[in-house]
Design a protein around this ligand. Structure first.
Ligand code: SF4
Length: 368
C-alpha cells in the first residue's frame, strides 16, 4: 500500500514498553486499508497482506488541541472537543473517526488501529488555549476522534492531565469511552466543576460485540467500570451507538436495564452511519470476515432499507436518522424504556446558568 510519509514533527517511539498489551493483538492482524482518496497512488498486495504492528508516533508540532467540531442548536453555539491521540487501537469497524487518519496520509483500515499519533504537548496547549478562551468555552468533549482512554493513556496520562487543566479552569466536561481505564481518573473527575462520563455500549454480550468491536474491553468490563464511576458519585451515562439495523435493536432494553443497575442516569442512542467510501468498504469487508453470509446479507439489506437503497446517508442531516417505520419503532422502544427507567430526567441546563450545563443528550448523540 503506497503511503505518504508523515512530515516533520513526528518521531517513532521505539520504546515498546509503552505498548504492553497492544502489540500482541496488533501482531496477528494483517494490514488492510481501503485506498486513501487523498493519496495519488495506492497499491494492492499480491497474495496475503503483511501482518501489522503497532507503531506510536509522538507528535511534537501540534498547534491547537481544542477543535471546533460542529455547530449545534445547543445555546446557538458550537461543540468543542479535545483528543490527545489520533487513531484508536480499539478498532471498531464502524468508527467514523477512521476518515481522519486519511488526512495524515494513512489508511482508514488497520492503519487507523495500529498507527497511533500521540499529541504529547496536549495538556500544555490546552492550558494556553483556555487562558485565552475560557469565557467562550461552554463545555469540552473528550472523544470524537479517538477513545480518550486507549491503552497508551495508561503510560502517557495526557487525558488525565488535560482533565486536571479543565478542573483548574472550571470547564464542564463530557467524556465518552469504552475503556475501564477511566476509573483511574475518578479523583480528577470528582474535582471537575461538572462532568458526565458516557460509556459507549451498543451490544449486550461479548459475542454480539466481537464482530464489530474486536479489540475493545468486553461489555461486561464496561458495565463494571460504569458502576465504579457511578459509585464514586460521578454522573454516568450509556451511549447505545451505533444501532446497526438488523443486528442490535433487540439489545436496547437489556442495555438500558444493565446501565440503570450500574448507576447510569443519562442515555442516548444513534443510528449507524458510514461516512465515507473507505469506512463503508472496511466495515463490509470485516463483516464478511466475522459473520456468516446470511447474517451479513440481512444487515446489509436492512441498512439499505433505512438509507433508501444504499449503505450511506445522502445528506449530513440524514446521518443520524432512519427512514423506515422500523426505525421509528426502534426509537420508540428506546424512548419508552429510557423513560420507564428514569433516564435523562434531569434538565440539561441548571438554574445556575450555561456554565453549569451538561452536554445535552441530543448533542451527545451527534458526536456519534
Ligand atoms: S473506541 Fe471509539 S474512537 Fe475508538 S475505534 Fe471505537 S468508536 Fe472509534
Amino acid at each position: 500500500m503506497a503511503k505518504k510519509p508523515v512530515n516533520g514533527g513526528f518521531f517513532l517511539n521505539s520504546d515498546l514498553k509503552s505498548l504492553r498489551g497492544c502489540d500482541s493483538v496488533a501482531g496477528v492482524r494483517q494490514g488492510i486499508n481501503p485506498p486513501n482518496p487523498y493519496n495519488k497512488y495506492s497499491a494492492e498486495y499480491i497474495g496475503e497482506p503483511p501482518p501489522t504492528k503497532l507503531e506510536v508516533f509522538e507528535e511534537t508540532s501540534t498547534k491547537r488541541i481544542i477543535t471546533k467540531a460542529f455547530a449545534s442548536d445547543w445555546e446557538g453555539g458550537w461543540r468543542y472537543t479535545v483528543n490527545c491521540y489520533r487513531g484508536c487501537v480499539h478498532g471498531c469497524t464502524y468508527c467514523f473517526a477512521r476518515q481522519y487518519h486519511e488526512y495524515l496520509g494513512y489508511g482508514a483500515g488497520t492503519d487507523f488501529e495500529t498507527k497511533i499519533v500521540v499529541k504529547s504537548n496536549a495538556p500544555q496547549l490546552l492550558r494556553q488555549e483556555l487562558k485565552k478562551c475560557r469565557d467562550k468555552m461552554p463545555h469540552l468533549d473528550f472523544s470524537f476522534a479517538t477513545d480518550p482512554y486507549i491503552a497508551l493513556e495508561a503510560e502517557y496520562k495526557l487525558t488525565r492531565q488535560c482533565l486536571e487543566v479543565c478542573a483548574e479552569f472550571r470547564v464542564p466536561v463530557g467524556v465518552i469511552t469504552k475503556s475501564p481505564l477511566v476509573t483511574r481518573d475518578i479523583d480528577v473527575l470528582k474535582r471537575l466543576r461538572k462532568v458526565t462520563v458516557f460509556f459507549s455500549l451498543p451490544f449486550l454480550t461479548k459475542e454480539k460485540s466481537n464482530p464489530f468491536e474486536p479489540y475493545t474491553p468486553v461489555p461486561e468490563a464496561r458495565f463494571r467500570a460504569m458502576k465504579t464511576v457511578a459509585d464514586a458519585g460521578v454522573e454516568v451515562g450509556i451511549g447505545i451507538a451505533p444501532v446497526i439495523p438488523g443486528y442490535n435493536e433487540s439489545d436496547i432494553p437489556g442495555l438500558l436495564e444493565r446501565a440503570k443497575d450500574c448507576g447510569a442516569t443519562r442515555a442516548f442512542m444513534s443510528l449507524l452511519h458510514l461516512d465515507t467510501d473507505s469506512i463503508e468498504e472496511y466495515f463490509v469487508a470485516k463483516m464478511h470476515e466475522r459473520l456468516p453470509p446470511t447474517r451479513v446479507n440481512k444487515i446489509i439489506n436492512t441498512i439499505k432499507r433505512e438509507r433508501g437503497g444504499s449503505l450511506r446517508h445522502k445528506t449530513y442531516n440524514e446521518r443520524m436518522m432512519g427512514t423506515t417505520e422500523q426505525w421509528e419503532v426502534t426509537q420508540k422502544l428506546f424512548e419508552f424504556q429510557a423513560r420507564r427507567l428514569g433516564f435523562n430526567a434531569r434538565p440539561n441546563v441548571s438554574e445556575n446558568g450555561p456554565d453549569e450545563a451538561v452536554a445535552p443528550v441530543q448533542e451527545q448523540r451527534r458526536l456519534f
